[in-house]
Design a protein around this ligand. Structure first.
Ligand SMILES: [Ca+2]
Ligand SMILES: [Ca+2]
Ligand SMILES: [Ca+2]
Ligand SMILES: [Ca+2]
Length: 610
């Protein structure tokens, strides 16, 4: 603790403060390159006034406000940017899988409002990310039923639908979340299935099949939605945090109505009590110890999304939990012994008005390139999506207005979401899948379009939709969302699992001269899937960082690969990984446009074959 100043440099695993000495004045924008305007990477940070010529005036205003150090003022919206070209893969390439919620049974329960997610998992380690898709659920006679999980195997040029019964045991859960992680550190990715009434662990047998390791006992009877796995205790074994929702059941199912007062509709979570979130600490032998009470994360909140990452870069993994209609929670890991609830003093729990938002999907990313991980929350209609800039020392400033995020029309109910540099200009953009929670909304649509917000100069987010040919212009009941590079072209693609319509793979077709690097990290002293590890690419005048995260999005898990877009004129001078626990490994600078495995303590990187 050192007051409200900068974090103690001695605690940090890499020199954030040096990264903070960024002068945003020099970010240049080059010509249109097929996706959007491309700022230069390496010449960009620290430049001259000529560089201002092509920068939208509003961005300069925001930047100059920040430079003055006085009260920042929100810039006006810059001119519209070119939509990024994404194409939905055809049904020939992505066989039909339809997650469902049972809404056609007309029970109109709140259970129907959540939908379900998916995970990008390389199930058999052939190098290609596959898709594990939650099936959702159905209703019997005032009873809750499961639907099967689906697997789409990536054959490098198409996906094949694998019959679920041939690769994994059936679940009895009406389920939402697929939270992927290597839970037993054998190199093959496992997952936790979160559902109404519990959470079930599926372990990967290593041959493309899974077996059930049973339900997590402490979650029995709870409505589990999302999970995040990471080594919270620092003993090398992957632990699990489970986000739980409310106490609805058919015995606690008050009738709710649409605005006309007559038509039945799904109830609001405000009518129900929140349930206690769960923390399971691994004993390294396949067993788990309930630690939610002792670690101080047993909040009876109405949690939907969770992301685990090292937010203060001190070597342990912290937690951000998105709660519906309640304050979000931010937990600081106290050296692997417990969590401290720093929500109130951090400012990361509420809107810019100080009110709780209805948060669904959450993510972490250093959007402004200062080296510190920032927070993102996709919220409800009549609220703003929220971006919280990490100021250091566990202070997070809500900069939704300052970054243009608050300018997005407040019509959207946001769920699955992820940061990623989709246009490979060196900064992280953000995508959100949207859809309503009720069947008869009064002021907005049931089906909603997705939002792709392009990061401009690490200062401002501009919505890039609007092209009627884009899959982003189509409306869906959006829920689950993952990012993966399905075809290894270095362009980050998007997988989505809407409610009651087919899963889609949106392929990124951005063109341009930029380069890319993609990394899979393997811990040795740190846990094998090293959540909290930071890859740092040092360019001539600044660094780019990406962190391995646990959980994130909504009920979904994106690819474990960290994909960097690298502007065409950028030159990578060093590649350093900062591992959880505080060690670092420097690797030789790799050839551009490759996928590499980086192992803690080894000096060489290994190419992942394609
Ligand atoms: Ca495993
Ligand atoms: Ca930490
Ligand atoms: Ca970008
Ligand atoms: Ca791609």
């Amino acid at each position: 603790m050192n007051g409200h100043g900068e974090p103690s440099a001695g605690l940090l695993r890499f020199p954030v403060l040096s990264l903070l000495r960024l002068n945003l004045a020099g970010l240049q924008l080059l010509i249109m390159c097929g996706c959007t305007q491309q700022p230069s990477g390496d010449s960009g940070i620290g430049g001259n006034e000529d560089a201002n010529r092509d920068i939208p005036a509003a961005v300069i205003a925001a930047r100059d406000g920040a430079k003055r150090g006085g009260e920042e003022t929100a810039p006006e919206s810059p001119a519209a940017v070119t939509a990024m070209p994404f194409e939905r893969l055809s049904a020939e390439l992505v066989p039909e899988v339809i997650p469902a919620n049972g809404s056609e049974r007309d029970y109109s329960t709140i259970l129907e409002s959540l939908g379900s997610g998916l995970a990008a998992i390389d199930v058999d380690r052939d190098g290609w990310d596959d898709l594990v898709i939650a099936g959702g659920g159905d209703f019997g006679n005032r009873s809750v039923l499961s639907r099967p999980i689906s697997l789409l195997r990536n054959r490098s040029d198409r996906f094949d639908l694998i019959a679920a019964a041939t690769v994994l045991p059936e679940t009895e859960l009406y389920h939402h979340g697929v939270s992927a992680a290597d839970l037993n550190s054998d190199g093959f990715t496992d997952f936790v299935l979160c559902g109404y009434g519990g959470a079930e662990v599926y372990l990967n047998a290593g041959d493309g099949t899974w077996y059930s390791a049973g339900r997590l006992a402490s979650c029995d009877g709870l409505w589990c939605v999302s999970a995040a796995s990471a080594d919270f205790s620092g003993d090398g074994a992957a632990d699990i945090f489970i986000a739980t929702y409310v106490d609805w059941s058919f015995e606690n199912d008050p009738p709710c109505y649409a605005e006309d007062g007559v038509t039945r509709d799904n109830c609001s979570p405000r009518l129900f009590n929140g349930q206690p979130d769960q923390l399971l600490l691994s004993d390294g032998q396949g067993g788990y110890r309930d630690a939610a009470d002792h670690w101080g994360v047993n909040s009876h909140s109405k949690a939907l999304g969770v992301v685990a990452a090292d937010l203060d870069l001190d070597g342990d993994v912290d937690l951000y939990v998105g709660n519906d209609v309640m304050t979000n929670h931010l937990y600081r890991n106290e050296e692997g012994r417990s969590f401290e609830d720093v929500t109130v003093r951090s400012g990361a729990g509420v809107s810019s008005r100080g009110t709780p938002d209805a948060s669904m999907g959450v993510d972490v990313c250093d959007f402004n390139g200062d080296g510190r991980p920032d927070l993102w929350s996709a919220n409800f209609e009549h609220e703003s999506f929220a971006i919280y800039r990490n100021q250091g020392d566990w202070l997070f400033r809500n900069v939704s207005e300052l970054t243009g995020v608050a300018s997005i029309p407040a019509l959207y109910v946001g769920w699955g979401t992820a940061f990623q540099d989709f246009d490979r200009d060196g900064d992280s953009d953000v995508v959100v899948a949207n859809g309503n929670v009720v069947k008869h909304p009064a002021h907005s649509a049931v089906r909603q379009r997705m939002l792709l917000l392009e990061n401009q100069n690490q200062t401002w987010f501009e919505e890039t939709g609007g092209d009627p040919r884009s899959p982003f212009s189509e409306s869906r009941e959006g829920r689950g969302l993952v990012v993966l590079d399905w075809n290894h072209d270095g362009r980050a693609d998007i997988g989505i699992s809407p409610v009651n319509t087919p899963v889609e793979l949106l392929e990124n077709r951005c063109s341009g001269e930029s380069n890319w690097l993609s990394f899979r990290l393997i811990g040795t002293a740190a846990s094998r899937h090293p959540v909290g590890a930071v890859v740092e690419l040092q360019l001539r005048k600044h660094s780019m960082t990406r962190q391995v995260k646990g959980g994130g999005s909504y009920a979904s898990t994106s690819s474990e690969l960290l994909l960097f877009g690298i502007p065409a004129d950028a030159e990578v001078q060093r590649l350093v990984v900062h591992w959880p626990g505080g060690t670092r490994t420097e690797f030789p600078v790799p050839e551009f446009n490759s996928i590499l495995t980086l192992i803690e303590g080894r000096a060489t990187a290994t190419a992942i074959p394609d």
